[in-house]
Ligand binder design. Structure first.
Ligand code: KIV
Length: 271
């Protein structure tokens, strides 16, 4: 039985209303048609076509190698599956930093070629010109602060961000700037829960956390992590709802054994 709540297309305005009402926002990453259909049917509010596709779909070590064309392929597949959720797409590394014209061109390609509803960019004050230009074309923008994986070579590690006062203050200022610039929402990744709560109560736009505690307006996880398809990644904030790696492996082993032992197909499974 589907658990889908009555049909209402989720828009950026619906998310703003949810913050006002105190209703938490659910968000998961999605990269392909079949999974996106399940997420949408389950009633997820937002599907993020994250550049984590670089890791979980393409097998790269970081999010840096994924290209705009690859993101467009994933996003178009997700959009074809969705009838309710808001679909947000990451602008990949190198398609928006330092050049607002290129940022706009990248965002326009995503919107035109995929049918997605919004884009997400990593960074604060330093990418405001790009955000401004994208917004001026009527494209909704989600911000992303804290641990920003596209800057992993600057940070050097994936440890918790903004634990010292200086970085915490910069993050707070960046959140205020993103709100003032016109972002409709902000993702906060891997920062202290207290700081995330403070940011959340300081801005009027919805704040979605990943490893940012529960006093934010919503939560996001990488789908393959929460389903236990990935196994090597176990940060404290990750709750695994399944162990699909072992489940799928078990099914494949059963299939191999059935084929080898002539148990598949049986009489009823042939013409
Ligand atoms: O790419 C991604 O999956 C993300 C989430 C971690 C927020 O940006």
């Amino acid at each position: 039985m589907s658990t889908q709540i009555p049909f209402k297309r989720i828009t950026t305005h619906v998310l703003a209303e949810m913050k006002l009402r105190g209703e938490k926002i659910s968000m998961l990453t999605g990269y392909d048609f079949s999974m996106a259909r399940i997420l949408d049917d389950a009633g997820i509010d937002v599907i993020l076509v994250g550049d984590s596709a670089s890791n979980v779909m393409a097998g790269y070590e970081s999010t840096l190698p994924i290209t705009l064309d690859m993101m467009i392929y994933h996003a178009a597949s997700v959009v074809r599956a969705v009838s309710r959720a808001l679909v947000v797409v990451d602008l990949p590394f190198g398609t928006y930093q330092g050049n607002s014209k290129e940022a706009l061109a990248s965002a326009i390609r995503i919107m035109k070629e995929t049918g997605a509803h919004a884009v997400k960019l990593e960074g604060g004050q330093e990418i405001c010109e790009s955000i401004n230009r994208i917004l001026s074309a009527g494209i909704p923008v989600m911000g992303h602060l804290g641990l920003t994986p596209q800057s992993i070579h600057k940070f050097g590690t994936y440890v918790v961000r903004a634990t010292d006062e200086k970085e915490a203050e910069k993050l707070m200022q960046d959140a205020l700037i993103l709100e003032k610039t016109g972002c409709f929402s902000i993702v906060l990744e891997k920062i202290p829960a207290k700081l995330a709560a403070k940011v959340c109560s300081s801005v009027n736009i919805p704040v979605i956390g990943i490893g940012a505690g529960r006093e934010v307006d919503g939560q996001v996880l990488v789908l393959h992590d929460m389903l236990g398809i990935t196994t090597e990644f176990s940060p404290r904030f990750l709750r695994r709802y399944h162990n699909l790696f072992d489940e799928i492996k078990g099914s494949v082993r059963n299939y191999i054994s059935d084929v080898k032992n002539l148990e598949f197909p049986n009489d009823r499974e042939q013409y």
